[in-house]
Design a protein around this ligand. Structure first.
Ligand code: ZN
Length: 184
């Protein structure tokens, strides 16, 4: 196989596979794989370095840690005031508050910038939070992802899906009256 990556790109990909192979991300990948979805982890030319790229659905998935990306927190930083409202899954430490707030805020701003660039390029962005991927919540979260994938696919590739829907509707049997078991 020809290696088309520069050493920097290769290094980036390798480091990602090791360091970013966090459990929530693994769970997402495993679920997708088990349900027949295929994806890529390192895709050249996709801005924002998403964790999971699904080319067929033109969808980029980010798996965000609740703390580092500040899930549901309220942060206001200005020269006059510092407002910090933690959330259930992102508790800003009491010590070194300013440091943490600045750091998390920077991450949030970078996230928003990445999402924006992707969306401007016609990609769907799905952000999954660590707290939504706990074993008990995983299934529900991923079913929602599945809906988003298909909705976006239909919208984006409308010309293709229209033919499909048309044929399916024609094949539907005519129902003269409601079946009894549903009428009660
Ligand atoms: Zn969270």
């Amino acid at each position: 196989m020809t290696d088309t990556m520069t050493p920097q790109q290769r290094h980036y990909c390798m480091s990602r596979i090791r360091s970013k192979d966090t459990t929530p991300e693994k769970r997402v990948r495993q679920w997708l794989w088990q349900h027949g979805y295929r994806y890529r982890l390192c895709v050249k030319g996709v801005p924002g370095k998403p964790d999971i790229v699904m080319r067929k659905y033109r969808t980029a998935i980010f798996v965000n840690g609740c703390f580092w990306h500040g899930h549901d927190v309220e942060l206001v930083v200005s020269s006059e005031q510092l407002v910090v409202k933690s959330s259930n899954c992102c508790k800003i430490p009491q010590t070194n508050r300013e440091f943490w707030v600045a750091k998390i805020k920077r991450n949030q701003e970078r996230d928003q910038q990445n999402y924006k660039v992707l969306e401007e390029n016609g990609w769907q962005v799905i952000v999954l939070w660590e707290c939504q991927l706990k074993p008990k919540k995983l299934e529900q979260t991923m079913l929602q992802v599945e809906i988003q994938l298909h909705d976006f696919y239909i919208k984006t590739f409308n010309h293709r899906s229209k033919t499909y829907i048309h044929i399916e509707e024609e094949r539907l049997p005519m129902v003269a009256e409601e079946p009894e078991e549903y009428g009660q």
